[in-house]
Write a protein that binds this ligand. Structure first.
Ligand code: BEZ
Length: 237
């Protein structure tokens, strides 16, 4: 973050505007979230370069970068390390590390230099009970309007589940596109949740099958949503 003053510690929440910052990254200067307007972005932190769990995560994110891009989502990494460390680490990953059958993987998405800890503080990525000078594994999902839509934190010892990150992204995009919610463990093709009925009569209509939904009670209505429709809608952009 290009400031001389220290950023105050803040804890952005779901529904907040993503805090703005300017930073240097492995892919050049960044103006966040402005330069991602119109796209989803996953801003994620890791504790440190040259650490094993983080290495497995970066390699996995790099392998999946294209899949996220096809869902209109860019990736941005961050740790409390400088640019030269980032560059050396990413080069080492590409030259020497293989994980789950993937090797010679180039990390093409930006990794923020946050040696000042300013961005980590701005995004509440430092949890002192876990570590005072390293970020936890935070994941911020930011929508095309720059609004924080989901936040997930993992401790240092726990590598993220990338199926879940992708599932969450697609589920939120589906909710936006179709005005529905997604139930536990939802995946494209599964039934979706229709908001609780605004009134008993509309619930009755629904239960009578006048709309394309099935209600087990007034508060639990579901409808079908074809996998093809979902994928067409969310992968179109
Ligand atoms: C790791 O990425 O392996 C790691 C980083 C910080 C603390 C513990 C593990």
């Amino acid at each position: 973050m290009e400031t001389t003053t220290q950023a105050p510690v803040s804890m952005p929440r779901i529904g907040d505007k993503a805090p703005a910052f300017k930073a240097k990254t492995t892919q050049g200067d960044m103006d966040f979230p402005k330069q991602y307007e119109g796209q989803w972005v996953i801003l994620f932190s890791h504790p440190a370069d040259f650490t094993p769990v983080c290495t497995s995560e970066f390699l996995t994110f790099a392998v999946l970068e294209q899949q996220f891009a096809e869902a209109n989502c860019k990736l941005v990494g961050l740790s409390i390390d400088g640019l030269y460390s980032h560059i050396a680490w990413l080069r080492t990953i590409q030259e020497k590390i293989s994980y789950k059958g993937h090797k010679n993987v180039e990390v093409k998405f930006p990794l923020i230099d946050d040696i000042s800890m300013n961005v980590a503080k701005l995004y509440g990525m430092i949890h002192p009970g876990e570590a005072a000078t390293q970020a936890v594994r935070a994941v911020f999902f930011i929508d095309p309007k720059g609004i924080i839509r989901a936040i997930i934190y993992y401790p240092q010892s726990l590598g993220r589940n990338f199926d879940e990150l992708y599932r969450a992204l697609i589920a939120m995009q589906t909710a936006d596109e179709f005005g529905i919610a997604t139930p536990a463990d939802w995946r494209p093709g599964d039934d979706v949740i229709v908001s609780p009925a605004a009134s008993c009569s509309s619930a009755k209509n629904r239960m009578d099958g006048k709309e394309d939904m099935v209600c087990q009670d007034w508060f639990f209505c579901q409808r079908k949503l074809d996998k093809e429709k979902v994928l067409k809608a969310v992968l179109k952009k």
